[in-house]
Every structure is written in structure tokens, then in C-alpha cells.
Design a protein around this ligand. Sequence first.
Ligand code: GTP
Length: 600
Amino acid sequence: MTPLSRIRNFSIVAHIDHGKSTLADRLIQLTGTVAERDMKDQLLDAMDIERERGITIKANTVRIDYPAKDGNTYVLNLIDTPGHVDFAYEVARSMQAVEGSLLVVDATQGVEAQTLANVYTAIDADHEIVPVLNKVDLPASDPDRVREQIEDVIGIDASEACLISAKTGVGIPDVLEAIVNKLPPPDEGDADKPLKAMLVDSKYDQYLGVIVIVRVIDGTLKKGDRIRMMKTGGTYDVDDVGVYRPAMTAVESLGPGEIGYLNASIKQVRDTRVGDTITHEKKPCETALPGFKPSVPVVFCGLFPVDANDFEDMRDAIEKLALNDASFTYEMETSAALGFGFRCGFLGLLHLEVIRDRLEREYGIELITTAPSVIYHLYTKDGERRDLHNPADMPDMTTVGHIEEPRIKATIMVPDEYLGDVLKLCQERRGLQMDLTYVGGRAMAVYDLPLNEVVFDFYDRLKSVTKGYASFDYEMIGYREDNLVKMSILVNDEPVDALAMMVHRDRAEMRGRAMCEKLKELIPRHMFKIPIQAAIGAKVIARETLSAMRKDVTAKCYGGDASRKKKLLEKQKAGKKKMRQFGKVEIPQEAFISALKMDS
Ligand SMILES: Nc1nc2c(ncn2[C@@H]2O[C@H](COP(=O)(O)OP(=O)(O)OP(=O)(O)O)[C@@H](O)[C@H]2O)c(=O)[nH]1
């Protein structure tokens, strides 16, 4: 067992793309943790989608043995955390398992919204923080300015920040020394006390079942132990304990301060609660760790197979995905327009995209995605609350007293010249300005915004109006009443449930008009005329008409036989009526998403 003084547990916090994964790769490589021939980029990003998009989704850990300049060999446990706002919550919880953080800031960019959000999470977790300025190989890097910015904005000393290039490897040895010399070893832990370990994360492996990442506080965890999860009450026999190097490597035992995995024939990820305390069944520890609240989905949408025959396959696939991801929820849904499918809940839009991508790619199921929506609180006139996950389920307005919607506090950092556009965008999305400050040549705007206005394409719009220079982060702040209504879309006089949405009354007409116009472009012409309408209750607030594809039946009627011409036209009209009655309008798949994009 490693003495505590030779252990350093840390995470790396950074804004997306500032080089966190590349730095992790270099640390692993330089310490020879992985043989050179096995080295590939982004070692810790296991999933294809993570690799492709260059984002980290689940927390990963790796154990590195580092022979330091002081002659001792240290065990460094790195937890790589997700960088995207959707997964901010996962960052917060994995931080609890370590004592320090490397704060990576791109020296060409400076402090961004997620740098702040993530570093504050680290500070909240009482971390010691070592600033690292990355990408100094690039001519545009300006370490002095960024150092000053870190001091001004975050308020930590950056005078001894490591200057590195994770790409070329410059400065990496300094980072390793800083980890050993500046980050603290784990707080006291006692190997002789009853086992107390924190459940840091869990993931599903198709061969091994659920793998649990643990951080031992007191006691020793080894193969054959019978353990109990103190929150959920589940008891299991430990089949294996080990560490990631980054390949899974079995070890004899895990002692105080150590981070590793256990495998105990646990069936599904849902049976493990992040933050739970793991102890021995026979000789349990007295008090459990404080634990975390479970992460809850905030964005919902319907997923339907394009081909109804794929429904059963889709059910299998969704069940498998849910095994691995406790924050993803689903229930069966039927839609008049789309048939059988699932109403699914996600942590955010990226999470949604990741799951959808995996269903399509790994399971080969083509999907229709309906408009993402948030959870509204409906109150009856007697003050009773009901949660609305799907606008299609909205009851008659006369039974509803008031509606509350979720709001977020959004922090946006942007270079001065784009500030005007950002403020305009926030205003358009019903935002209320909470704060506006300037730090190191950039503006920081804080807005109170309805989540509903953000889930769809806010991030895309923000990127486009600022040419990619803005950064964005948000947190939920609670529910507030507003004048909200359900807007239905009727195509050929039939309401299309999958296109129904909740909107603010003042914006309903504009949104309705935009939707109808978009749909008119997206729906191909049929043999008959198709009215496209937006309505609140029975009141139509916008309308477009898609004209019929017209066969020129009179073309053959040369000459002037007017009565014959008339007869033909009448026949055609009757035919059209028939079509209208029986014919079904084909709405192309992309219409369900494209119609909602609001180009202002
Ligand atoms: N020139 C240069 N490019 C770098 C350096 N470090 C990282 N990059 C590049 O910057 C991009 C982002 O790096 P990542 O390591 O994937 O960023 P990340 O912070 O891990 O991103 P997430 O995992 O999504 O949070 C990649 O294209 C890297 O090749 C560096 O020191 N110099």
C-alpha cells in the first residue's frame, strides 16, 4: 500500500478545447504508463463519439507512477472530467474525490466561461489549484496577459503558472513536479479503520457488467470482500479490484487515499448511486459520506423510429444505453403522427445528441427527433402541481391556473465588439440582465433566461453571432411563472402532436408565423392544397398554404371547347377532394427539427 504522503489525486479543469485531454495524454506518455507503440491520441476518451467530437463525456481515471526529482516515486491519480456544460454536474461530483486541480488555460484564448465555472467548482471542493498555460507553441499565445487575467478574474496566484505545450511536450516535466510539490497528499486516512469508500462513478462494460470507480477514505478494499452500499442498501461480493493504467489492471487491494475500480456483478448502473458510501457488510463504518443529489434530466424530446418495424430493436437499444447512463430517462410514447416511440430525458442538448447518435450509429436505427422541451410546472386553480414533460399532453387551458417554467443563470464571456449582438440575442430570448462586467478586455454578461429559450439553438446562435468567440455556461436557478401557452401546428387541418410547443404568449404569433413559413418550405407539394396553421386552442394565429402540384389537364384541350375544359377541371377538383380526404400529408423527417430553428 502506498503511504499517503506519496499519493497525489487531482483532476484537470479547463474550458472546452483548451487542451485538457492532450495534457492528460502527455502525462501518461511521459511517465511511460503506456508503451509508446500503444499511444494514441485522447487515450482517456474511450467512446467513439467522444473521440470524434473531441469531448469528454464520462469521468475517467488513470493511475500514473512518477519518479520525482526528490528521489521518491509518487502515485498520481488523475480523474479526467467532462468539459461541456451539460455535464457540469458530473464535474462537481468527481471533484469531491480528489484534493487538487490543474487549471488549464489556453494561452491564446484566456479565461472562458467554463474555465470560471469549472475552477469555481474546484475551489468549492477545497482544491489546491495549479495554473497551467497551454499552447505556448502558438505565435498568438500571450502568457503574460492570461496570467494577469487569471489573477484578476479568478483571484488565484498565477505567477508560478507552468508554461506548456501539451502538443509538443514542452513544460510537461514541470507540471509533474508541480503536482508533487504544490498539490497536497490525501487528508488523513486510516487503513485499520472500517472501510469507507466513495462511489465516484460507474459505467457499464458489456463483458464485465457494472464497473464502479471508488476512492478509498479509510480501511482496505480487496477481492472477495462483501460490501454494502450505505444509501441504496445493496450488498455485493467483490470479484475484482484494480486501477486504470489506463488499461484495467487488477491489484491486491486499494487502501486509504487510493482511487481504483471494483467489479462486483452489479447488474445495472442504476443500482449504483454516485456519492454513495461503500463499506464492509460485516464491519461497517459509522457514518456515511454526505453524498450528492442525483443528476436529473432537464431536456426532453420524443424519439421515434423512422421505420415502425424498428420499434422493438429501438427498445432493446435504449434499454442497453440506459444501463450505462443513469441520467438518461425514457418512457414509451405514442404519437398520432409518428406512431410508437419514446419520450426521453437528457441533461442537455449535447447529451441528447450523443444518445441519438449512438442509437443511429451503434444500433443502426434511423430516428425522428421531436422538438426538445423542458419540464413545466402546471398548477390547477386549487394550487395543485403537475409536471408537464410533453407539450402534446397539455390539458385544456381552462383547467390550468398558472404555468411556471425553469429559468437559468447564464454566464457569457465575449470580446467587446460582439457584446451588442449577444445582448440582443439574450433580449430576444426573454432574458433579464443580471450583471455586466468587463474583465481583461472581455465582457462578462450574466442573464436570467428561460431554459426553454436556450435548449434549442441558443448555443448555435451565440456561436454564429460572435463568430465562435463567445463562451457560455449555465446553471438552473428555479421556476417562475410566465404567460405561457401551448401552440399547436395543424397540417392539412390535422394537429401534428410532434410539432406542438410551449411558447410565451407575446411571442406566439411570431413563432407561429415562422414555423408555418418554414414548414411550407420543408413539406413537399402534394396533389392537393395543404393548409399549414399555428393555433392556440381553437384560435388560428398564423397560416400558410402549400399549393397543389397541378397537372395541366387542359393542355391537351386545344381549341376552344369551353365546356369540355370546365368538365375536366371539375373532374380534377373532385379527384383533389378525394385525395384530401384520404390522402396523408408526408412531412419529411427534417421538418421536425428544422422548423424550430429560429433565425432571427
Ligand atoms: N498548438 C497546440 N494545440 C494544442 C495544444 N494542446 C492541445 N491542442 C489542440 O487543441 C485541441 C483541443 O485539445 P483537447 O485536449 O481535445 O481539449 P480538451 O480541453 O480536452 O477538450 P474536452 O475534452 O472537449 O474538454 C486539439 O485539437 C489539440 O490538438 C498545444 O499545446 N498546442
